[in-house]
Structures are given as structure tokens and as C-alpha cells.
Design a protein around this ligand. Structure first.
Ligand code: M6R
Length: 614
């Protein structure tokens, strides 16, 4: 939920850390701070409420020299987002500085005990408790910083990725993780550490993803050491990054979100590349091939996810039930983990997550594994925690998604679910070959069809002017259009702050219809489907109450366009693939409305890209 970064080497740390913070800002942007040790061994901390740019302004004219430092961009959990609660935090003596991403759940008990020993706290954060605890152990046991961190972390309950520096030890950074991500980059005579690899890639492609309860002892002129909390030495596993720097830039677009919407034809091609083969009429997902029997014989599929990924999961439910005839439950990870779910050993759990770091999904996976289920991950971020904690899985391969509102990750998650459903159905012989081939070949045409939708960007931008001042929206869909409706509503509310509700269209008359009047825009997903005629009846009901209708229709549609106030056309396609097309104009509509309202589209208020806390 926060972004952390560190540097030790021969270069000036400040510019590297600031640039890295900008890359990590999507993870939280309530405040930012930096700690540096200069050549005279002074340990300075500079912090500012707000964005990294505010920190840069605050640091002007200050001593920002030094070749070792740590920095943080915060999404507030404990304590309001102000300057005092910003990280890094000093220990009482100001000899140590620490940054943290996660939550120390037992911080209150630890704080009380330290207070009784005379420790005084400046902030309301759980993090300050940890740095004080490390100092207390270090001085009390007369031990080195690495041992003090180990001993302190043994007392901690919760999630953490931390980095600590010590004034008297300017050649050393100690970093550790549990349930929050941390990557160490290995350069030539220099080391980097960060919450993800994006700040590291321009300096080195050699990284080590720390595992839970591992501590990295990063010494300026020595090889990296990794130990666990019991001081047992671990062999560092070096991974080569496959990311390119261009993927981290806006590439001429005003926002990452718009760039990512426009990337979808390419990202879907990448996602399907080597998997969908129209030539030999096959789909090959290695995760399914390797576990064929499990998928054929499974009793039930449980899909676990949060937010947009949960919406993709709902589409997965429709796909698996339609094609594979396997019963499916789609669960919010946060609900599943606390409601004593019944999990069988022959259930398959599919965890869907862009970041691969969502805390609730990770916890729900653990629960499923303990019950003996086979767990499959659909994730985007390579090397993240979910792929490392699942039995098998498929990456979505869309490259870094930086806009907080998920767009290209969603369409790729749906594409992976389509590929999974089709290949399992073929193995189970629950899909006629002709149908399999028809959907397969249409799937390969989807990227091209998205390109034609994107050509309507100017028209959708014009349409957005009509709706910019609406206070509420309703999004309605049925069948495969229902998850699209709730995803469209989520996109609008999270970036424009307009209240929007997504609903199954037929459920409208059981309550929400009371909301409809001549001021209420109603977005209907009215593409060709088995419930198309029923949808027309629902549109009549809205019209009768003077609701303003914006309909997503197929190119071949003639009935709905007669009734709707405004329409956006998408190409005709197979019903089961329609979400891959119908979501695109809704992404654009939300984007343009948010821009017109002057919102910070890529970093909407109160949100962060990956939710690594409960
Ligand atoms: O990284 P994940 O896919 O696990 O994240 C889940 C949600 O936090 C995420 O989809 C969130 O809802 C997005 N902001 C939606 O645009």
C-alpha cells in the first residue's frame, strides 16, 4: 500500500530515490519522505505531506548529499496523512531511520511496553513503534543492527517490508519482508531495493525477490547476504527482469490510464501469443496442460479476487459454467477468508489479481491451500507474491499497469479465463468442436475489434461533456453484460468521484428503479445476447420513467438505437467475448468524464494501486 525504495553504492542517492518514488507513487501518495546519510555521517530525514513533488520542493536548499538512503511514499493506515506521520521515522536517539510498507498489528502492545521504558513517540504510526523497538533491542542487547532487526521482527505480528539505515553504519542497509513485497536490485558496486522492480530496471536487470521472513543485509562493498529470522543463511536466487523502460513512461499520452486503454489491442495479442493458435486450432495454457487431470476431475471452481479482478472473476463464472459445466463460486477474498468456507480437496481455487500482492487474496489462498485445494493464479506482476504462493497459474503479460484504475489488466484477465474455459471444456468434451473453433477464431479477432472501438475516442470524449455534471449514474447489464456494468460503474466512481451503481438489469425493478428520473443517466449494455429482448423491456421501463439512456450496442443493432438517447457502437462478436469489447467504451467514458472534472485520473484520492493491507 506504500512504496519503499533504498539505494547504497557510489552514486548520489537522492536523485535515484526521488525518481524511484515517482515510479512507486501509484502505490500511495498521501505523503513522501527520504532519509540520507551524508559524508560527515549525518542522518537527515526530509518529509512532506502530499506528493513526491512536494517532497522535492521541501528538500530544495537542504543537504541532500550522500550515497546511501531510503525513501517512502505513503498510503495512510495508522495516523492521518500528515507530515509527522510520513516515513521515514527516526528512532528516539535519531541514530536509526526506518521505512515500512504494511501494518504492525500488535503495535499498541509494543508501544505501551516501550512507553513504560521511557520511549517517546512523535507520530501516530505503527511504524515508529518498530524503529523504537529495534533501537531498544540494539542498545539493550548491545548487538548489531542486523541482529536487532531479526529480534524485533520476531516480536512483530503483521505485514511488513522495511528498510533501516543507521547513522554510525553508513555502509549498510537492512531490509526485510513478510507479506509485503520487496525486491533487491544488484548493480555493479551498488544495490537498490524497492517495493517492485519499476524503480530498479534502469540500473540493473538482476534482482532478488525476497521471501517472507527473509532479511537482506546489504553492505556497500560486500556480496549481498540473505538470512531468515533465525539467522540461517539463504542462497540468493537471482532473477532477470524482462521489463522495458518504455513501459514505465506515458509515451506521449496525458495519463497512464489513457495509454493503458489504448494498449489493449497489443496487450491482448501479447496475452494470447503462443497460447491461442488458430493455425493448428488449439489453445495451449501450460498451467492447464500440466494439471489436466485436476481440471477435468475438479468438483467445483472457486474464484477469489477483489475489485476489478473480482469482476473479471464473475465473467469467469459464466464461462466455466457455460463451457465446462463446472459449478463456480466467485468470492470476494476478504469475505471468503473470514466466513468459514467449505473447501474440498478436489476444488480448484483460481486467484485473480493484477498486482499479485492483494493482502486479502493472499490470505484467502493460504486458507484454500490449508484445506488441500489446488490453487491457480491469474496475475500480471511477474514474481509477485500470488504467483509464488500458488500451485500453478497463468500470467496476463500486459506489462506494468500504472494507472490506479485497472483497464488492460481486466481485459487480459478475461482473456485468460476465456482461454482456460475453452481448453478445459475441450478436454472435458463439454464443448462441441465447431463451437470451440468459432470462439477460438473470434478470440483472435478481438484485438483488431478493440482497435475500431478506440477510433471512437473523440466521439466518446464529446459524449462525456453531456454527463460531466451528473451526480449519479446507473449501469445495467444482463448475462455477460452484468459484470461489465459493475466494472463500468467502478471505473466511473473511482476516478471521477461520481456515485455510480452497477446492477443486473432485471433486478432494477426490485428497488433501484425508484432512483430513475429525467436527471439519471442510465448506461445499458445492450449488445446482442440471449437476453437481448429482455433487455429491451428493461430499457422501456427506464424510458417510461424518463431516464436518459446511453446504450452500448452492436454495429448490427437496430432496435435499441431507436430507443436510446445516445449510443456507442461496438463490433459484433460472440456473446461470451462481448465483455472484452463492451468494457472499452466505458473505460474511455469514465476517463473523459474524470478529466473534464479535473480529477487526478492516475492517482485518484484515497486509493492506491495495490492493497497490501487488509
Ligand atoms: O491487484 P489486484 O487485481 O488484486 O487489485 C484488486 C483491486 O484492488 C483493484 O482491481 C481495484 O479495484 C482497482 N483500483 C480497480 O480499478
Amino acid at each position: 500500500m506504500c512504496g519503499i525504495i533504498g539505494y547504497i553504492g557510489y552514486q548520489e542517492a537522492y536523485p535515484i530515490l526521488i525518481k524511484g518514488l515517482h515510479r512507486l507513487e501509484y502505490r500511495g501518495y498521501d505523503s513522501a519522505g527520504i532519509a540520507l546519510i551524508n559524508r560527515e555521517n549525518n542522518l537527515s530525514i526530509y518529509k512532506a505531506k502530499g506528493r513526491v513533488a512536494d517532497l522535492e520542493e521541501f528538500s530544495l536548499g537542504k543537504d541532500i548529499s550522500g550515497t546511501v538512503g531510503i525513501a517512502h511514499t505513503r498510503w495512510a493506515t495508522h495516523g492521518e496523512p500528515n507530515h509527522i506521520n510520513a516515513h521515514p521515522h527516526y528512532s528516539q536517539s535519531e541514530n536509526l531511520a526506518l521505512i515500512h510498507n504494511g501494518i504492525i498489528e500488535n503495535y499498541a502492545v509494543l508501544k505501551e511496553s516501550l512507553s513504560r521504558k521511557g520511549y517517546v513517540f512523535q507520530s501516530d504510526t505503527d511504524t515508529e513503534v518498530l524503529v523504537q523497538l529495534i533501537e531498544y533491542i540494539k542498545t539493550g542487547n548491545n548487538t548489531d543492527i542486523s541482529t536487532a532487526v531479526q529480534l524485533a521482527l520476531k516480536q512483530v505480528i503483521g505485514a511488513y517490508a522495511i528498510a533501516v539505515i543507521e547513522k554510525e553504519n553508513p555502509d549498510l542497509i537492512i531490509a526485510a519482508r513478510k507479506s509485503s513485497p520487496l525486491v533487491v536490485g544488484i548493480g555493479k558496486n551498488e544495490f537498490f531495493l524497492a517495493s517492485d522492480a519499476t524503480p530498479i530496471i534502469e540500473y540493473t536487470n538482476q534482482v532478488i525477490y525476497l521471501n517472507d521472513e527473509e532479511i537482506a543485509v546489504i553492505h556497500r562493498n560486500e556480496p549481498l547476504r540473505i538470512v531468515n529470522l533465525s539467522n540461517v543463511e539463504k542462497t540468493p536466487q537471482i532473477t532477470r527482469l524482462e521489463m522495458s523502460l518504455n513501459e514505465l513512461e506515458k509515451g506521449g499520452y496525458p495519463h497512464f490510464m489513457l495509454k493503458e486503454i489504448f494498449e489493449q489491442p497489443r496487450t491482448l495479442r501479447d496475452c494470447m501469443s503462443g497460447r491461442v493458435n488458430t493455425g493448428n486450432r488449439n489453445i495451449v495454457l501450460s498451467g492447464i496442460v500440466d494439471h489436466r487431470e485436476k481440471f477435468i476431475n475438479c468438483r467445483r471452481i472457486i474464484i477469489l479476487a477483489c475489485g476489478t479482478s473480482w469482476h473479471a472473476g464473475l465473467i469467469g463464472e459464466y464461462l466455466f459454467e457455460e463451457f465446462c459445466r463446472i459449478p463456480v463460486e466467485v468470492e470476494y477474498s476478504s469475505e471468503f477468508r473470514y466466513r468459514h468456507p467449505v473447501i474440498h480437496r478436489d476444488d480448484i481455487v483460481i486467484a485473480v489479481s493484477q498486482s499479485g500482492e492483494t493482502a486479502d487474496t493472499l490470505a484467502a489462498i493460504e486458507l484454500a491451500k490449508e484445506a488441500g485445494a489446488f490453487v491457480y493464479g491469474i496475475c500480471n506482476v511477474v514474481g509477485s507474491s500470488i504467483p509464488r504462493n500458488t500451485d500453478s497459474g497463468s500470467y496476463t503479460h500486459v506489462g506494468p499497469e500504472i494507472g490506479v484504475a485497472s483497464t488492460k489488466a481486466f481485459t487480459a484477465q478475461v482473456a485468460v479465463l476465456v482461454m482456460m474455459a475453452l481448453s478445459i471444456a475441450r478436454e472435458k468434451k463439454t464443448i462441441p468442436e465447431k463451437r470451440f473453433l468459432a470462439v477460438l477464431s473470434e478470440l483472435s479477432r478481438i484485438p483488431g475489434k478493440i482497435e475500431t472501438i478506440l477510433q471512437q475516442n473523440g466521439y466518446i470524449e464529446d459524449l462525456s461533456k453531456i454527463f460531466t455534471y451528473a451526480h449519479n449514474f446507473i449501469y445495467l447489464g444482463r448475462g455477460y453484460g452484468y459484470p461489465v456494468a459493475i466494472e463500468g460503474a467502478l471505473k466511473l466512481k473511482e476516478i471521477s468521484y461520481i456515485h455510480a451503481e452497477g446492477y443486473p438489469a432485471a433486478e432494477m425493478k426490485h428497488g433501484p428503479i425508484a432512483l430513475i428520473d429525467n436527471e439519471m443517466p442510465v448506461v445499458v449494455i445492450a449488445t446482442d445476447s440471449t437476453t437481448y429482448d429482455k433487455m429491451i423491456s428493461n430499457i422501456q421501463e427506464i424510458k417510461a420513467r424518463k431516464g436518459r439512456i446511453l446504450a452500448i450496442v452492436n454495429k448490427s443493432d437496430c432496435k435499441v438505437r431507436e430507443m436510446a438517447d445516445y449510443t456507442i457502437e461496438i463490433p459484433d462478436t460472440e456473446e461470451c467475448l462481448s465483455p472484452l469489447l463492451s468494457i472499452v467504451p466505458l473505460q474511455l467514458l469514465s476517463y473523459h468524464i474524470a478529466v473534464r472534472k479535473g480529477r487526478d485520473v492516475d492517482m485518484p484520492r484515497n486509493l492506491a494501486k495495490s492493497v497490501t493491507v487488509e
